[in-house]
Design a protein around this ligand. Structure first.
Ligand code: G3I
Length: 345
């Protein structure tokens, strides 16, 4: 038994977690029980990213995603597809034409086929898609300077939403990004979302990822962001929540940044001290007090991992032992679960 407190019974929004399709063959009975007991919905952490599912032109690797869908259905869990366009995991072939840069038309044709193939294959089995992930620049500029902007133009975003909508007109579609609660990036995100709305694209929700760090959670800005995005007529989702407890060197958001960590930089290898878990619980509770206050604006809160042992923060920005989620490596509830439950009752 994992816990008497059941997220999906006291959350006023859907309770979600992310899982990598490649983890599935190795999940334990306790993990399956945790998923079934606590959560309504899972997000495909990696297996539907273009680099995983469509590594070369006309070559699709569906096995991991198919297995994830079968598993979710068997266990009564909904699935969110993540993500159709993300510069970080977009294979080079999209932009290449026999060694020369592909034309805008060719890239858009490929994008259209990619999106149609995925949406049609999983029609009726996926409950919503992150269409574009992380298109806003971290600082200064409006959009991130990627091959999508360079080789297609800023309208690659509206094209992606347009293709998704034409592939499945009923499908809920989301824009997803990190740090978009912070004032500067928030302003540019509002600009983008308003622009997409003015172009008439179907867009149902904005996903605030929520990769936060202990003692640095920007509570006030998170609340302002929820209000501002909802004011555009969009639903708000917290899509990749975790609170990192290990101090992080300044490494931006480069998911490929990897290096070895000394014991000093990986202080909780054996276990996480109770006072840190307590602090984390208080900060999760404060966060969920905000989510609860705005419960009519928020439709889903998804944690980026099932439990501490399955969090990406054990591998980024290097191999370390992190404790960022609500359940520990044995699937036991951490103090944060009770703290959240108390704040929401
Ligand atoms: O599957 C291989 C495994 O065979 C190999 O032994 C191992 C060695 O490093 O790598 C494994 O692949 C890794 C994969 O995660 C599965 O664990 C990749 O190297 C690693 O780059 C990949 O990282 C994922 C990352 O996105 C990049 O795709 C993380 O799991 C995933 O949590 C992370 O998720 C992103 C969201 O999509 C977007 N927002 C930020 C978030 C965190 O970076």
């Amino acid at each position: 038994m994992n816990s008497q407190l059941i997220l999906k019974s006291f959350f006023p929004f859907q309770a979600g977690f992310a899982i990598d399709g490649s983890h599935l063959p190795k999940v334990t009975d306790a993990e399956v029980q945790l998923m079934r007991e606590q959560f309504d919905v899972l997000t495909s952490e990696n297996c539907l990213k273009a680099s995983n599912v469509h590594p070369q032109e006309n070559v699709y690797e569906f096995a991991a995603a198919d297995a994830l869908l079968d598993f979710a259905e068997k266990n009564g869990i909904e699935v969110i597809g993540h993500c159709l366009v993300w510069h970080q995991r977009c294979p080079e072939w999209f932009f290449d034409d026999d060694g020369k840069p592909a034309s805008r038309e060719k890239i858009l044709d490929r994008l259209r086929l990619h999106i149609h193939t995925l949406l049609k294959r999983y029609r009726g089995r996926i409950a919503g898609w992150d269409v574009v992930n992380e298109a806003i620049a971290d600082k200064g500029e409006y959009l991130r300077d990627t091959k999508w902007v360079q080789n297609v133009g800023e309208d690659f975003l509206e094209k992606a939403f347009e293709f998704a909508h034409e592939a499945d007109p009923e499908m809920p579609l989301f824009y997803n990004d990190y740090n978009i609660e912070l004032p500067d990036k928030r302003e540019r995100t509002l600009r983008l979302l308003k622009h997409l709305q003015s172009r008439g694209v179907r867009m149902d929700a904005v996903g605030i990822q929520g990769h936060w760090q202990l003692d640095q959670v920007p509570f006030d800005e998170i609340e302002k962001a929820i209000v501002a995005y909802h004011a555009l007529g969009l639903k708000v989702m917290i899509t990749e929540l975790d609170i990192d407890v290990v101090e992080r060197p300044d490494c931006g958001a480069d998911v490929s940044a990897h290096r070895a960590y000394s014991l000093k930089e990986d202080p909780y290898r054996e276990s996480c001290p109770p006072e840190i878990l307590q602090k984390q619980a208080e900060q999760y509770a404060k966060l969920f007090a905000i989510f609860n206050k705005h419960r009519e604006k928020i439709t889903r809160v998804t944690f980026w991992g099932l439990h501490d042992g399955r969090s990406w923060l054990n591998h980024w920005p290097g191999v370390r032992t992190n404790h960022a989620l609500l359940f520990d490596r044995q699937c036991r509830a951490k103090p944060a679960l009770a703290a959240i439950a108390a704040t929401m009752s």
